[in-house]
Write a protein that binds this ligand. Sequence first.
Ligand SMILES: *Cc1c(COP(=O)(O)O)cnc(C)c1O
Length: 390
Amino acid sequence: MMLYKKRLMIPGPTPIPEKVVQAGLEPMIDERTEEFGQLFSELSLNLKKIINTESDILIFSSSITGACEGAVQNLFSQGDHVLVINNGYFAERWIQICEAYNLMVHQVNFEFNEKVDFSKVKKILKENEQIKGAICVFCETSSGMMNDIELFGAVTNDILSIVDAASGLGVSEIKADQWGIDVVVSGGQKALMTPPGISFVTVSDKAWKANHTSNISKFYFDWQKAKKYSQEKYPHTPYTPAISLIFQLREATNMILDDGLQNVYKKHELLYKATREAVRSLGLRLVLEMDTVASSVTAAYLPEYINAEIFVEQLANEFGIQITDGPGIYKDKIIRIGHCGYMDPFDIIATILAIETLLQKRYGYNLIPGNAVQKAQEVFANGNLVTSNI
Ligand SMILES: *Cc1c(COP(=O)(O)O)cnc(C)c1O
């Protein structure tokens, strides 16, 4: 292959800004010192600002799924009833976690390209008063669907509300306290521009109450222990944290807050819109036909005669651009282009141009060269992200 620049265009792990790379090269420090305490407190404060919450925040060294499992361990008891709003692969993972801890799982199912109807959720909750908590994914990364967390908060007033904001956080606004969300789970490697390995949860007063009666065994993700250590004179964690990643996530969240959350959301909105417009103009069918708010990923069907898994590999091998294929049974049929975190208009334009070239050169796909790129460029120009008439 020629010396193509590598571009990581997936919805996690995502590219890392140079300053965040450098923050990871800091020499090791003792996590029981004032220096670490300050670092840890600053990170906690940054995350609270991004989530819009005054709840406690607990930070763990694990993949995000670890913090999801921790939430189930800490909030429920065996046999408790829980409702999972299921419109995709990541919601299904929550069902698996809940079942692993012997919870009684109720599901409200929607197709993966279907918007959640929260009146249905409300109805199920009304008919099943024993349900103690409900779980909803913010951005369902398998399809790009953004679920309406404000509506979710509104229908779960009387019970615990848990949001998996793994890839949604930092892409689109979440107002956890105002919307009445008890627990937000997320991590560093999606829109927060940090290498994988950090997860975190917010815990409201209502969630703490539930925690105090939970009888599920817990150890590594024990929230009470994590809170106790986070409240010591020099805040830290019960076990050795991923110190380098904490340096990195502090740097990345500083960058996001310095840029301004609204600007960051605006950028993501334009990246999403430009990608959608361009993909549509290539004649590919989008998985989500309706326009939604900014998402971390765009999913689209390839024509039937093209295998998506192979297409993704060819795009990486021939152009250095790594996108990803579809979830589960859609592996051969769908491509997904990630656009969250440290990505900009030129990444999108390069990706679209590469997809266009591959479609045409390898598959004899009929298109007008440059059309799709122009569509993306127009979105960016109209949004003042770049202009085409410099
Ligand atoms: C990425 C992701 C996760 C899981 O993240 P891991 O770090 O791989 O465990 C969970 N939920 C959603 C919605 C995600 O996008």
